[in-house]
Design a protein around this ligand. Sequence first.
Ligand SMILES: Cc1ncc(C[n+]2csc(CCOP(=O)(O)OP(=O)(O)O)c2C)c(N)n1
Ligand SMILES: [Mg+2]
Length: 329
Amino acid sequence: MAAKKPAERPNASKEELLKYYREMLLIRRFEEKAGQLYGMGLIGGFCHLYIGQEAVVVGLEAAAKEGDKRVTSYRDHGHMLACGMDPKGVMAELTGRIGGYSKGKGGSMHMFSKEKHFYGGHGIVGAQVPLGAGLAFADKYLGNDNVTFTYFGDGAANQGQVYEAYNMAELWNLPVIFVIENNGYAMGTSVKRSTKSPSLWERGAAYGIKGEAVDGMDVLAVKAAGEKAVAACRAGQGPYILEMMTYRYRGHSMSDPAKYRTREEVEKMRSEKDAIEHVRDLLLQGGLASDDDLKAIDKEIKAQVNESAEFSKESPEPPVEELWTDIYA
Ligand SMILES: Cc1ncc(C[n+]2csc(CCOP(=O)(O)OP(=O)(O)O)c2C)c(N)n1
Ligand SMILES: [Mg+2]
């Protein structure tokens, strides 16, 4: 393994660090299991894994409160787990079973939870961005202090509808946080090949929207930036852009051989920047947890994920009558 960056002094409590460790590990183990089930033919259709990007959703959820909303793209399993949706319901949706969040009719990219204020799960690149502005509009109209986290990728950041949403969001001072998950690639196209200006968050300036770039591999940095953005939104200071500099370790989707980048590039990120290893180092080097403590957490998470996989195999397929439910016309 290449040299890791030295562990900084933790500016978070032991409880907090353990919480982030646990939450990020749940996403990683869940995604690894989803990858396995896909390989076994138990998951059909598309499946985009979030491995590598865990610190983004875990850090931002740490800055959220009850009532806040979230909406994202197809790379959505991490967002669901981070906002507290049940791993069993998510996994069963992946395998197309009745116990899934969309009764097995939505699959990986189309899950929702009213209880957890999770508004999807969207397959069309960039389409969730105006929806996020609309969700924030509803909260402003109702006069509450909720904010909406609207996640999208670096590729989506080149979509026209993003800028129409920016304009309206700033015009109406909407409590929306636009989170650009810049993982460096849109399918096989690197940001360097698709985008002339290196910094995506700065485009907000043209609309009067504040923003910043954040180390998206550092959960504490993400949380701190999230708290700042949330405070601005709750105070009625309109939208905010957070560009999370992150990385996905796996291919774009399960069918991507990832020939557009080198093995060395991926390995370098894994060994030098991994978000879970970072928190692990903070805990161990700060004397806040022992190796055994962390192993016990890993064991617990694996059991939880295995339970979700068992549930996703045992839950029946939706009956034919379900063809006629949950449709508008
Ligand atoms: C409107 C539209 N165009 C093209 C696609 C095909 N497509 C799916 S994902 C993707 C790349 C998006 O990359 P990015 O926004 O960086 O998100 P990431 O996959 O890296 O999370 C493309 C082009 C699509 N789903 N929708
Ligand atoms: Mg991307």
